[in-house]
Design a protein around this ligand. Structure first.
Ligand code: GLY
Length: 335
């Protein structure tokens, strides 16, 4: 199935099909120099399968983890392209999760002022969310995603079978982003989470999530308003993620961050879905650290913050509220 992202001259196709990795060359222009970027956590055969389909494929493997979204990671990719004589006509292909996609996309956006970028996401989280929409960035000065660009890929290939090698916790973490989109925008998808077997419906979950994201990004590519709903649960979630020092996965933190931002009738339904997805974690909250991390990031505006709240499944409200109120609310609900 093909989903078309309509963004004027930056439009592109998102192709979703099991087995797509082996046919990548039929969909992407790989008849040139191609930097295939992956990380040490991704099965090496994924990047090799792509490189074998390129006229001149160069694999660059960075360390798994957020640490690679750095100036050093960025320099490593540029150095590799320079060394292999990449020109403006060559391209970058990301084969990995969000870290690989963000780093590769940002590097592609700056090499010779921008070369073609393709994304082949291999984690559920990146298939559902981060591989489309054009956000690319690295971390700098201790702040996540502070140096980056909006740079749309030329095409995105989503092969749901690639998620079969993911550890269960990482798969669950990806589901959090789909639950997020269901809560704000798709009541039927939320009911699917409540009523159906999740594993058996993974492809449908991916496609429905992509369609929500497509429609949001088409209306607000540069996040001036509506796109903020894709950050639902992320303000408190980000605070929890930093305060937990890597013990919890991103999706697990977003899952916890969504709970206080839901109305009372939605909250028990969300909790049941989170438990079903293996996304609910009991933790000891360090609210001082959570507040510090949540509000010293780019989503904070002075003493107020823009948050999305869900009073009814499938709809949302974007509000600007004092940061302190968000933390007090989260504290009273999460404990
Ligand atoms: N993952 C949030 C966004 O793409 O805007």
């Amino acid at each position: 199935m093909t989903i078309h992202m309509n963004l004027g001259e930056n439009s592109y196709d998102i192709i979703v099909r099991r087995g797509l990795l082996s046919d990548a060359g039929e969909h992407l222009n790989l008849d040139r120099r191609v930097l295939v970027v992956t990380d040490t956590g991704v099965p090496a055969r994924y990047a090799q399968t792509v490189a074998e389909q390129c006229r001149q494929g160069v694999i660059c493997t960075v360390e798994q983890g957020e640490g690679s979204k750095s100036l050093e990671g960025f320099a490593k990719l540029h150095e590799t392209m320079l060394k292999h004589g990449f020109s403006r006509k060559d391209c970058v292909v990301a084969v990995g999760g969000g870290v690989v996609g963000d780093l590769s996309g940002f590097t592609a956006s700056t090499y010779m002022r921008g070369i073609d970028f393709y994304n082949i996401p291999t984690t559920l989280l990146s298939q559902i969310d981060s591989s489309i929409g054009g956000k690319t960035a690295i971390n700098f000065g201790g702040v996540k995603n502070i140096v980056g660009s909006f740079y749309q890929p030329r095409k995105v290939l989503i092969d749901p079978s690639l998620t079969e090698t993911l550890p269960p916790r990482q798969l669950s973490s990806g589901l959090a982003e789909a639950v997020k989109m269901a809560l704000t925008s798709d009541r039927e998808l939320f009911e699917l989470f409540e009523e159906e077997d999740i594993g058996e419906n993974l492809d449908e979950i991916i496609v429905r999530s992509l369609n929500i994201k497509k429609s949001v990004v088409e209306k607000d590519e540069k996040e001036t308003g509506l796109r903020k709903i894709l950050n639902f649960g992320h303000t408190v979630g980000h605070g929890i993620e930093v305060s937990e020092d890597g013990r919890l996965y991103h999706g697990e933190c977003v899952a916890l961050g969504m709970i206080p931002m839901c109305g009372e009738s939605v909250r028990p339904r969300l909790m049941a879905v989170l438990r079903k997805c293996g996304l609910y974690r009991e933790i000891n909250y360090d609210w001082d650290r959570i507040a510090q991390a949540a509000f010293h990031d780019k989503k904070a505006v002075g003493d107020s913050v823009s948050v999305t709240v869900v009073h009814e499944v499938g709809s949302f409200e974007i509000k600007t509220v004092p940061s302190v109120e968000v933390i007090e609310l989260a504290k009273s609900i999460l404990g």
